[in-house]
Design a protein. Sequence first.
Length: 566
Amino acid sequence: MLDIKLKYFLSFYQRIQLSLLFLVILPFTISSIITYFFIKNEVTERITTSNQQIVNIIASDLTDTIDDITFSTIVLARDTAIKDKLDRLKESNKIRTFQEYDYLLQVKELLGLLETKMAGAQSKLYFVNPREYIIHASQTGMVDQINSEWDVIKDRLDLHNTSTIQSLGVIQRDDISENDYFFGRVIRHNVSNEYLGTVVIRIPHSYFKSIFKSLEMGRLILSDQNGEEIAVFQTESFSEKNIIRVEKTISRANWGLTSEISQNEITGSITKVFFLFFIMIVIFVVVFFLLSIYMSKSLVKPLKSFEKIIKEFVRGDHSVRFHVKGKDEIAMIGTAFNKMLDQIKDLILKIEQEQEEKKVLELQSLSAQIHPHFLMNTLNSIKCNLSISGDPFHSKKIDSLISLLRSYMRVNIPNTLAQEFLLINAYLDIMNMRNGTDTIAKVEVEDGIEDFEIPRLLIQPIIENCIIHGFVDREPNAIITISAFTCEGEIQIHIADNGKGMSMEKCQNLNLLFSEMSDEIISAYDRVGLINIARRLKLTYGKNANLEAKMNEKKGTTFIMHIPRS
């Protein structure tokens, strides 16, 4: 009966369209999956970046705390008056005279001031003399706890180490899982080097808990230089599967701060929403299919529009939107779809803007210099006076210095190869006068690339490295050879010296450093100038640009800059 009514009310074309409504499932499914994985990846990246920032903030807070503790112990270790009082109290196991009581009050007063300095870390500080008599500032009623702490940590002390603060680790307590961390500094007499006692600093677990309170998901682990866990905090939703790990080293104490976030924790709610959305779409399509026999063939047009918009958006045209008409289901879906596209577009633009700002900031950070305008005017006056006085030698040196300073003032503006090589000659003039040497530079530039632009003062740090490390013995006939030419689609700049050179192992380590550019390797290397050159190359010309170090066949070292031409 229903089939007869359908044939009566619907044309053959409409019945064909009705059967094609099944294809609505396909575009909806594809768009939903693409959107799901796109949002999943973007959310994961944003949360990872946010987590890295949280780790950096916590690491900075811990560094400040350790600096305060170090400062406080240095004050106590270098205060001659207090050390005299401690010398008078070194044999005391209790207070017997009023004079000793007066000394005790003065020591307590200084300990109280130092505790105030470390108030942000909630740290407590006390002093233990050779007779294990304990002097504290504000820990009344905690003598038994302090005595038990001292019994544990005193064996961890190196009584001969007075130059640095010593990490004494945590004390495992049986009654609670919250452990405190301890530092100690040995105090000895300035003249007799006699042991006067030990300053002990206790950082309570509540401090670590307070700085970790910004943790919204995942787990944070703080461990000391021996790998022993100092504090561990994690959210209830944390899972051990599919871990994303971020690590940071607290260099002041050689601590390690590790953040772990589960991929499931990040994408769990997104996945649930996606499947709920998918189920709703399936239900909607089924209901729509049952009711579509009462709708006109105009439904085909909006479906085609949806398909076209999705394809154009995926190709990169983020301005396309669905034109909403009426208040039916298609209009509702179109409105929601447009909102979703707006949110995705805003998210993409925000991420691109953040990455661009980060790149600009890094370039500015690597190349930022002081702009001494007043010094330029002064040097120009000196140069004129020298010329008038008939001293062309020093006038030329001042002119070279002015050229260098002018480049420092325009360090963010690129320079041509030809201009950069002129600056190198000016720099060598100044260094030769300063060091009493006669280092010369030989420059060879391939025709056609003299006007190729590079970051200003990109080559100068390598020249400085040649002078400081290559010609450290001030050898005669010191020559730096600079050549620039094209090779296999790139521009190569070779800077070679005939100095003492370096070993093959050092060259390999340098090249590993230039290629990987990891924070862990960079922190262990002290030649910041070479690292900055490698970074500026990659930030300016992309990942294919790099710096390379090679040993010369006879003598010296060659640094090679690889710069893509495209």
